[in-house]
Each structure stands twice: as C-alpha cells, then as structure tokens.
Design a protein around this ligand. Structure first.
Ligand SMILES: [Zn+2]
Length: 405
C-alpha cells in the first residue's frame, strides 16, 4: 500500500494540467524508476532501525524528540535535500529515569511496571505498605477512610481475574468462561460505582489522595476490558497528578500486589523512580523541501508526526508514517528531483498533545495553506491500508479515487 501512495503522489504532480498523450511516456518512465527505487533499493530498514531502536520513544518536550529532530534533519542533509527546523512553541519537559519497583514483603520479587508519563518521580527510594481503594458508597465514607492512605501505596485499579485474552479461556476452560465473565462484569460495575461514590472525578481524586499523603498510586497497565483490550497489551497513560508517583504495573504483577493487600498479607513496595520535570523547552516541526521548478508557490505536503507517546519504541505511532514520508522524499530526490510544484515533507511535533505542531504550522504559513494542492498524512500504523480518510474534505474523495484506481 505504501507503493500506492508513492504512485498517487507522483501522479498528482506530473499529470496535472498536461495531456495524457504528452506525458504518458514520461509518467511511465518516472513510475518505473520510482518502483525500482522503492522495491529494489529501499532504504526503509536502515532508516527504521536507528529511529526505533536507538532513539525510541519521542515524547514532546523530551531530549529524545530533540535527538530525533536532529537525526531526521541529518538524514535529509545526507541526501542533499534542504531541511529546516521551525520552532512552533514550547512544551513542558519531563525526563523519565530508570525505575525499580520491588515487592519486599511478604516475599521478595521485582515487579514489572513503569511510571505514567508526566508523573512525579522519587528523589530517593521510598518504601511502604499497600492498601486497596475501599468499597465506599458516599463522599463522607470516602473522607472517613482517606487518612488511612498516609504513608502507603494505594492500589487503585481492579485486578483482572485473568491476564490472558478471553479467547484463551474459552478455548481451554469453556465450561467456566461465562461464570468468570459475569463475575468480572459485576466486579467492574461495583468498582466503578465505588470510584464515582467518592464524589471526585479522576484527576481530583488522585490529587486528593496525594494531598492525604499517599506514597504512590498503583494502577494496572492492562487496558480496561471496556476499551481496546488485547493479548499482552499494556497502556501507559498520562499521570493525573504531578504531586505523587503514579505507577503502572503489568497485569499479573498488579493482580499479585492487589490480592496480597486485599487479603491482609502485608505487601510492602519499594519504589525508586527518579523522573523529573525540566521546565519549558522549545519544540519544533522539521520540514524538508523539494522546490517546485514551474509552480514553486503550489504545494504538495507529505506529513506525519514525529513525536510519539511515551514508553514504547513508537514504531507504529508514528515511526511508520515518518519513515514512509522520508522514503518518499528520498525516492523523489533520486528519480524526480525537480518537481513542477514544491513538495514538502513536514514532520510534526506535539501531535499527541493535541495536533500542536500542525496547528501552529497552518497558522504560521498561510502562503503554503493557500497554495496547497494535496496533503498526504500518515498516522495509521503498520499493516494493510484499507481506507484513506478525507478528513472532512468531501470533494477530495474523487481525486483520491482517481489517483488510486
Ligand atoms: Zn499518531
């Protein structure tokens, strides 16, 4: 499918305002050269490996995203493609340090987990017992319980009855599947009702727990069964408060800690997680350009956000889109270096925080927006592309249908 997108971009550039008879031979030869360059001389792997393995996650405001900006610009320069970085604003910098989470009682076991992004860290290792969020039916019951959290870790999530996918249970223990599912649904409802009963929303609740002296908050990294569950999936969210460390534990380890606490078997956790905030830092879009030879003020944009969410290697969201646009530019530069219109590859920052880089670009570059002929943005990860969204531009559909036919 990536090939299709390469072809569609080229078609849009070289067939506009020209008769098919005049250009068909040239189109064929350019398409053939693109195909050879893309299929036989692909540079994607050698680009992907350092981006994903060596740089890895690229949270906006982090030193890692700055490294990625520099790496990206160096790659374009290496190909002889003009490239610039443009500051679009500032962002709060947060640095994730190493993390060690250990169960020290009733037995010793190192736990699998991570700090939530933008969580408070620890200045030195902290240690304390674990309690669970109580079953309360009113705000006053919650307030009466609250002092107990001082100096303790609070296990906030429900423990999953299984960390395997439902299909696995159905396959190997079909006779008990429905019972497990019904009990899980009932437990989830009761837990949710208890959370609501305290009268505080998510962030306010966590702030209140922090103010009450909780040492740290523990949640399960297994995505809620009501929202995109998956085999082996973990999701690292944003911390709701920067006042108290918020730790996500793997599904199995969270279940272990919670069961120990629930049954008064004295779990104690030691946490060493020196994350820190580093103030406001400048943040950038990276823009590579192949200047148009005939209509330089008309633009075709290839875009993908370079920033990513925290914690993973971010191959999918959006390393894949980044690499696609880099490879498209490399190929154009090799086989079609003087396009009629200007081709820009724009690698956004701040997408995960609310499309910040692209919004700023649009407001800073009315000339480009006014001269825009087509924009190809990729942010759908790997795998076969089964649809392309027109992002509200109903009239664009006919063009894409024609280009991709
Ligand atoms: Zn994305």
């Amino acid at each position: 499918m990536k090939r299709l997108i390469h072809f569609s971009i080229v078609l849009s550039l070289i067939t506009s305002n020209a008769t098919h008879a005049q250009t068909s031979t040239r189109v064929d030869s350019v398409l053939h050269a693109i195909r050879v360059e893309a299929i036989e001389k692909s540079d994607v792997y050698s680009l992907a490996q350092p981006l994903i393995d060596s740089i890895g996650s690229r949270l906006t405001g982090s030193a890692d995203l700055q490294r990625a900006d520099d790496w990206l610009a160096a790659a374009y320069r290496g190909w002889g493609i003009p490239v610039r970085t443009e500051q679009y604003g500032t962002a709060r910098a947060w640095r994730r340090g190493t993390i060690h989470i250990d169960l020290t009682a009733p037995r010793v076991r190192s736990l699998e987990g991570m700090l939530m992004a933008f969580s408070a860290g620890t200045r030195k290792p902290i240690q304390g017992p674990v309690i669970i969020y109580p079953n309360v039916s009113s705000g006053s019951e919650f307030e009466a319980w609250l002092p107990q959290v001082r100096g303790k870790f609070l296990a906030l999530s429900l423990a999953e009855p299984t960390c395997r996918p439902d299909e696995n249970w159905q396959k190997f223990a079909p006779e008990s599947f429905e019972k497990m599912r019904d009990e899980r649904t009932a437990a989830l409802r009761a837990w949710s009702a208890s959370l609501h009963a305290c009268g505080l929303g998510g962030e306010a609740l966590l702030l209140r727990l922090g103010e009450a002296g909780a040492l740290g908050l523990l949640v399960s990294l297994r995505p809620s069964l009501t929202a995109s569950p998956g085999w082996g999936t973990s999701k690292i969210g944003t911390a709701s408060t920067d006042k108290v460390p918020e730790v996500g534990l793997s599904c199995e380890d969270y279940g272990l800690v919670r069961r120990l606490a629930e049954r008064n078997q004295g779990p104690v956790i030691r946490l060493d997680a020196p994350a820190r905030f580093e103030g406001e830092v400048p943040v950038f879009n990276v823009i590579a350009e192949l200047r148009g030879s005939e209509k330089p003020d008309e633009y075709v944009l290839l875009s993908a956000h370079l920033d990513s969410w925290d914690a993973a290697s971010d191959a999918t969201d959006n390393g894949s889109g980044t690499l696609l646009m880099m490879e498209a530019m490399r190929i154009f530069n090799a086989v079609y270096p003087h396009p009629r219109r200007t081709i820009l590859a724009v690698h956004w920052g701040g997408e995960e925080q609310g499309l910040n880089g692209s919004r700023a670009f649009a407001s800073q570059h009315s000339d480009i927006v006014n001269g825009l002929q087509a924009l190809f943005n990729q942010d759908n990860g790997t795998g076969r592309i089964v649809s392309i969204s027109m992002s509200g531009f109903a009239g664009a559909g006919a063009f894409f249908r024609r280009w991709l036919a």
